[in-house]
Design a protein around this ligand. Structure first.
Ligand code: HEM
Ligand SMILES: *[C@@H]1O[C@H](CO)[C@@H](O)[C@H](O)[C@H]1NC(C)=O
Ligand SMILES: *[C@@H]1O[C@H](CO)[C@@H](O)[C@H](O)[C@H]1NC(C)=O
Ligand SMILES: *[C@@H]1O[C@H](CO)[C@@H](O)[C@H](O)[C@H]1NC(C)=O
Length: 331
């Protein structure tokens, strides 16, 4: 990543000089941002996160999804953590967000509270999200990577800004690619990050159109493993559907962060239409095959893409603020 972000400034046409200090990227993020102000930041967050994961294993998936949504709406600035007030319907309450689980939010709030005891006022909620999410992915079997820090917390959180910034299961691959591209992420980033669906759950309504009355020819989506589709019908009945029921995103190894998600796609075991299409569309199929063939390769790409995701629209320097509480602005 450093290679890409080290920007070079031409001086007198001949000499190229790095325009930013080593270890600090063009955005102003750096590995040692809290060395003086909160040297134990990573340890403090790690302790909270591992404790929370023991209490609630669903935390990892919830947090990963919340982090992704935060970065896609207003950039990675913890705007997604802001609670609504009478005067402001916040991002969190946008319709699309109603399914984001409480444990994911809770782990970020807890980590911030622990930090406020040891280094009050220094560590942004946006950095807490990036570090805690990294730890959670790693703790459930995924790769680990170093997180650059220095993100500032946003001053805007509006439900009305969510629309159009988050992907939906019924979008086409070209539509999804263009959404990711608008955030600076490539098609390969999109395929690698979709590997996040190797953990976690989806509510019935997200895949019901695939398993009942799919189209005038097929009752069940013919691209779906038919037996798999039928097993999904019993927890998700057409009548008297319980809207809280969820299905596993990765039916093979649901709680382990691995590359089974891509193997599933090749067998028609993708839960969401947007998952299954990744292996059907020639624009993305090659990447699915790559990730399925070699888990280490998937991890390498996932890490690279998570680092890119964690830099989408970040605020640094004197932009934004360092929130005292993650769920409300300072003023
Ligand atoms: C490519 C477009 C994507 C679409 C259309 C999509 C859609 C969805 C949907 C509909 C759900 C189920 C939500 C629910 O019913 O509660 C879900 C869950 C999830 N998504 Fe995505 N997603 C996409 C990409 C991503 C990315 C890039 C990540 C992160 C790297 C991600 C991480 C997750 C996780 C971890 C869950 C499980 C959440 C939980 O168990 O609480 N998704 N996604
Ligand atoms: C910051 O702390 C880390 C870990 O203790 C250390 O490896 C690094 O060299 C430090 N950087 C600076 C600039 O002091
Ligand atoms: C996808 O579904 C939503 C409602 O769930 C609908 O508003 C939207 O128009 C659909 N988008 C596409 C591309 O079909
Ligand atoms: C039904 O869906 C299948 C698979 O997506 C497609 O090939 C077929 O053309 C569709 N049929 C109709 C009538 O839309």
């Amino acid at each position: 990543m450093d290679r890409v972000q080290l920007c070079l400034t031409p001086i007198f046409f001949l000499v190229l000089v790095p325009c930013v200090a080593r270890g600090t990227n063009a955005l102003g993020l750096s590995y040692d941002f809290y060395n003086k102000t909160c040297p134990n930041v990573e340890k403090i967050i790690h302790n909270v996160v591992s404790q929370k994961l023991l209490e609630a294993p669903v935390t990892a998936a919830g947090a990963l999804r919340i982090f992704f949504h935060d970065c896609f709406v207003e950039g990675c600035d913890a705007s997604v953590l802001i609670a609504s007030r009478e005067s402001n319907k916040a991002e969190r309450d946008a319709e699309i967000n109603l399914s984001l689980p409480g444990d994911g939010y809770d782990v970020f709030f807890r980590a911030k509270r622990a930090l406020e005891l040891q280094c009050p006022g220094f560590v942004s909620c946006a950095d807490v999200m990036a570090i805690a999410t990294r730890d959670l992915v790693n703790l459930v079997g995924g790769p680990r990577w170093e997180v650059k820090k220095g993100r500032r917390d946003g001053l805007i959180s509006k439900a009305s800004r969510v629309d159009g910034n988050l992907p939906q299961v019924n979008q086409t691959i070209p539509q999804l690619i263009s959404l990711f591209k608008s955030k600076g992420l490539s098609t390969m980033d999109m395929v690698a990050l979709s590997g996040g669906h190797t953990i976690g759950f989806s509510h019935c309504k997200e895949f019901m159109p695939r398993i009942y009355g799919y189209n005038s020819t097929f009752d069940i989506d013919p691209t779906m493993n038919q037996e798999y589709a039928r097993t999904l019908r019993s927890p998700c009945p057409q009548r008297h559907l319980d809207p809280t029921v969820v299905a596993l995103n990765d039916v093979t190894t649901p709680f382990i962060f691995d590359n089974a998600y891509y193997h599933n796609l090749k067998k028609g075991l993708g839960l969401l239409a947007s998952d299954q299409m990744l292996v059907l569309d020639p624009l993305t199929r090659g990447y699915v095959d790559m990730m399925a063939a070699d888990q280490q390769l998937f991890f390498n790409y996932f890490v690279e893409s998570m680092i890119k995701l964690g830099q989408v629209g970040v605020k640094t320097g004197s932009d934004g603020e360092i929130r005292r509480r993650c769920d409300s602005f300072n003023n």
